[in-house]
Design a protein around this ligand. Structure first.
Ligand SMILES: CC[C@H](C)[C@H](NC(=O)[C@@H](NC[C@H](O)[C@@H](N)CC(C)C)C(C)C)C(=O)N[C@@H](Cc1ccccc1)C(=O)OC
Length: 330
């Protein structure tokens, strides 16, 4: 079907993926990070002081004939990585991958954290979580997808991120050519507003069976790494020669020449599993001959996070209509 697809460009060495988004009339173009771990659509704007802008594209509602200020509304985001952004809200026409939503609440940034100012690769976020964690006041607003879903063939979207290559997000349809195996679905618990699910277990390297231990976590396209419970992380690095937890990097590191084993997590009752190649788990060079692992601890978050390192190892279906999360190899 001519349903809709948005190419996702990998940025900064697979740290984040952005897609082209147009807002307003005439359309103003932006590179936004589709983030299933949050539910606010916000964009750098002309309201920002110039010290907080570093080349990002700025949305100017005064230049859009379809912009309408939502008087009295504000928004205020605080992310798990300590970053933040806040401002006012306009309704305007938003188009992503051929899907257009008129009157989409567009949160315009008046303040952004230094992490965002420094991140020249993105102009804002498109939250694809559930509206219950949208931060708009006095009334929470629906996400772009929740507003678009009624006009889509299916109430789902898919993420097909790739290692150091452009990926794609599709809205409303499943591209059967994009995945190799059957799609195995897990139940989603949306009560915290995230795409929360439970993996029944994991395996390190080419181990045949799985260690049966429940891993409850969210699938978050906006988080780069794979953050797991300490016992799983310790078991994994127990099989990585010379891996140690380094205070200075506040994480597990190992010699860059180390062969790093695959990591697999089970879906459903363990019948299916997703294998993250060891190559993806040697995430980044620290510059001193040690490399930073793609698997790290979820300590302090309260749940695990299946971030981009896991997502780019599979074809993922975010089925909001049936509250299911589908995983397939590709
Ligand atoms: C803006 C609000 C959204 C929903 C925010 N979401 C998040 O922080 C989740 N996703 C994080 C984002 O994907 C982030 N990495 C995107 C980049 C570009 C900033 C985390 C939990 C994996 C959140 O839950 N914030 C928590 C604060 C928090 C969360 C987790 C850990 C610590 C602190 C909050 O505001 O709760 C009311």
């Amino acid at each position: 079907p001519d349903e809709d697809s948005a190419d996702a460009e990998p940025q900064l060495g697979d740290e984040e993926w952005t897609v082209p988004v147009s807002i307003g009339t005439p359309p103003q173009g932006f590179k936004l990070d589709l983030d299933t771990g949050s539910s606010d659509l916000w964009v750098f704007s002309t309201l920002l002081s110039k010290e907080e802008v570093n080349g990002q594209s700025l949305y100017d509602p005064n230049k859009s004939t379809t912009a309408a200020k939502m008087t009295g509304y504000t928004w205020d985001c605080h992310y798990g990585d300590g970053s933040f952004s806040s401002g006012y809200i306009y309704q305007d026409t938003v188009t992503i991958g051929g899907v257009t939503v008129a009157k989409q609440p567009v949160e315009v940034a008046k303040t952004v954290a230094p992490q965002f100012t420094q991140d020249t690769a993105l102009d804002g976020l498109v939250g694809l979580g559930f509206w219950t964690i949208n931060t708009a006041e006095p009334k929470k607003q629906k996400t772009f997808f929740e507003n678009a879903a009624p006009n889509l063939e299916k109430g789902l979207f898919t993420a097909d991120l790739k290692h150091e290559a452009p990926g794609s997000y599709n809205f409303g349809w499943i591209d059967e050519n994009a995945h190799a195996s059957n799609i195995t679905y897990a139940d989603v618990d949306s009560s915290d507003g995230y795409w929360m699910w439970t993996s029944p277990g994991y395996a390190v390297g080419d181990a045949k069976g799985i260690n049966k231990t429940a891993i409850r976590g969210i699938t978050d396209t906006g988080t780069t790494l794979l953050l797991l419970p300490d016992d799983v992380v310790d078991t994994y690095y127990g099989q990585v020669d010379g891996a140690t937890w380094a205070e200075e990097w506040s994480g597990y590191v190992f010699d860059c020449n180390t062969t790093v084993p695959d990591f697999s997590f089970a879906v459903d009752n363990g019948t299916a599993k997703v294998t993250v190649p060891g190559e993806y788990l040697n995430y980044a060079e620290n510059g001193d001959g040690t490399c930073y692992g793609g698997i790290q601890s979820d300590y302090g978050v309260g749940f695990s996070i299946f971030g981009d390192i896991a997502i780019k190892s599979a074809f993922v279906v975010f089925d909001q209509q049936n509250l299911k999360l589908g995983w397939a190899s590709k």
